[in-house]
Design a protein around this ligand. Sequence first.
Ligand SMILES: [Zn+2]
Length: 232
Amino acid sequence: MIGRLSVGQIKLLAQQVSTAALDLLFPPCCVNCERVGSFLCSRCLATVTQAPAREVAGLDGVRVRANFEGAISAAIHAFKYKRQTWLVQPLGGLLCEALQGVDWTVDVVSAVPLHAARLRERGYNQAALLADHLARERGWACRPSAIRRVRETASQVHLNAQERRANVADAFSADPESVRGQCVLIVDDVLTTGATLSACAEAVRAAGATRVYGATVAGAVYAASPAANALV
Ligand SMILES: [Zn+2]
C-alpha cells in the first residue's frame, strides 16, 4: 500500500495524522462554555445580539457587529489578553458580518495600533489580526502599520468620555504613502466611546485619506457596561 504512494502523498498523510492526533490530545474547546469541538461554539455564537447603529465623530461610517456581553466579551478577553489568537477565526467572521450589505469603497484596511512597548509585551496586535482576516475575506489591501501610535497613552479604564478624548488626542500618526487619496477602513476589536477610532481617523485624514470608515467586532455602552470599561 505504502509502495504505491508518492513521497508528497506520504508527507500529506503524515501531516493529516499528526493534526488529527493533536486534535485528539488537545481538542479545541469553546472559550465561553468549554464545549469540545470549536474555539467558540455554535450555541454561544447563536447568543450574539446585534449592536445598535453607532456614529463616531470624524468617521464617514462605522459598523459594529455584536453587543459586548456574554460569549463575545469572554472571547474578546481571551483573544486580547490570553494569547488565544486562534479566536481570530470566529471573531473575524463576526467582523465580516458587520460589513454585510455595506456599499463602501475600501482601498486599504488598517487597524488601531498598539504602542511599540505594548506590542512587544503582548506579541501581537489583536486589531491587526482582525484587519488581516477581514481584508483576506474581502480581497482588500491590508496595511495595519499605516497607523502608528506616537505616544503611550494611559489606560482608559477609569476615564470618562471627555478624559478618553483628551487621552488619545494626537496619540496617532498615519503614513501618507499608505493612505493618501485612499478610502481607509480602520478596524478595532471593541468600540466604546469611539475616542480612539476618532483620533485614528483624524490622523489618517491628516495624512491625506479621502474617506475614513471604522468597523469593530463589538460595541460597548460606556456607562452601562463596567466590564467593558475594564477591558478597553
Ligand atoms: Zn460555547
